[in-house]
Design a protein around this ligand. Structure first.
Ligand code: SF4
Length: 63
């Protein structure tokens, strides 16, 4: 099983997160320019956001 995690140290937190719009189930949200938050009740661990984030701040981990 894979689980999405956020490496906040990789996120510059200076911009609107483009990965929020990529998620097909609306599992990512962002307050101001903070690193995005994951709603684990929605996330299906599809990997679209982790493939999209250029800073590798969203990582799918094999559990
Ligand atoms: S892994 Fe997929 S479902 Fe989960 S937050 Fe990223 S884009 Fe959304």
């Amino acid at each position: 099983m894979k689980t999405l995690t956020i490496k906040k140290e990789n996120c510059p937190q200076t911009h609107s997160c483009p990965s929020v719009k990529v998620c097909p189930v609306g599992a990512l949200s962002q307050v101001a320019f903070n690193a995005p938050e994951i709603d684990y009740t929605k996330c299906i661990a599809c990997g679209k956001c982790s493939n999209f984030c250029p800073k590798k701040a969203l990582i799918l981990i094999q559990q």
